[in-house]
Write a protein that binds this ligand. Structure first.
Ligand code: 13P
Length: 251
């Protein structure tokens, strides 16, 4: 089986002041030099400049929370992938459930953003996941298949060679309700099998993160599942001590 380096990504969402974000980035950078997991922080776009100067000389990798599918032009308010690359970003979170639900981003739109991100030399973190209604209706597999297939159909399986997938059940985000390790593993295995049906080597190398109320006290059991390669952390990533404890749990 391919070795997959764990990835712990902090999604800071729309939080913090310029000063508090600088302090958080400084504390995370100072505390993660010895870890074998890759540690990623994703501040708002407006904070990228400050954070990049702090993380540049550390083991911390920088990412963004979203970007445009366009490269340049009359798209007021947007930020392009190449602009993010200039600030040292290596990853861009795409298709987060908040973007799908609040900003009505379709799977096709998310797929076109994946292409733009890869074209700029960055790696998309493609978020997928079902709502509680969908889970209760037995639609977990079909919902996630639709979200993955939009990328497969608009590009090809090769797109997953430079991609991270994050399984974030919507009902577990910010709710304190974590998927059980078994529930999460079942979906992660399903995602890997769906990619493996196209290309087994790409599937075995693909990192699949779990997100949704990951905390220091549940991280170890989640990360011990065979198909869970790390986490996408929201609330607990806003506290350096909690975030670093989660990073420790990943190795
Ligand atoms: P929480 O860890 O706050 O549940 O958020 C998860 C998330 O949405 C990360 O992208």
């Amino acid at each position: 089986m391919a070795h997959r380096q764990s990835l712990i990504a902090g999604n800071w969402k729309l939080n913090g002041s310029r000063q508090s974000v600088i302090e958080l980035a400084t504390a995370v950078s100072a505390g993660c030099g010895h870890l074998s997991a890759e540690v990623l922080v994703c501040p708002t776009s407006v904070h990228l400049g400050d954070v990049s100067t702090i993380t540049a000389d550390s083991a911390v990798t920088l990412g963004a929370q979203n970007c445009s599918n366009e490269q340049s032009g009359a798209f007021t308010g947007e930020v392009s992938a190449s602009m993010l690359a200039e600030y040292g970003c290596k990853y861009v979170i795409l298709g987060h459930s908040e973007r799908r639900a609040i900003y009505h981003e379709s799977s096709e739109w998310v797929a076109s953003k994946c292409q733009a991100v890869q074209k700029a030399g960055l790696t998309p973190i493609l978020c997928v996941g079902e709502t509680l209604e969908e889970r209760e209706a037995g639609q977990v597999e079909s919902v996630i298949a639709e979200q993955l297939d939009a990328v497969l159909n608009s590009a090809s399986i090769q797109a997953f060679d430079n991609m991270v997938v994050a399984y974030e059940p919507v009902w577990a985000i910010g709710t304190g309700k974590t998927a059980s390790p078994e529930q999460a593993q079942e979906v992660h295995a399903m995602i890997r099998a769906r990619i493996a049906a196209h290309d087994n080597a790409i599937a075995q190398a693909l990192r699949i993160l779990y997100g949704g109320s990951v905390k220091p006290d549940n991280a170890t059991t989640l990360f011990s599942q065979v198909d869970i390669d790390g986490g996408l952390i929201g609330g607990a990533a806003l506290d350096a001590e909690s975030f670093l404890a989660i990073c420790e749990a990943a190795g």
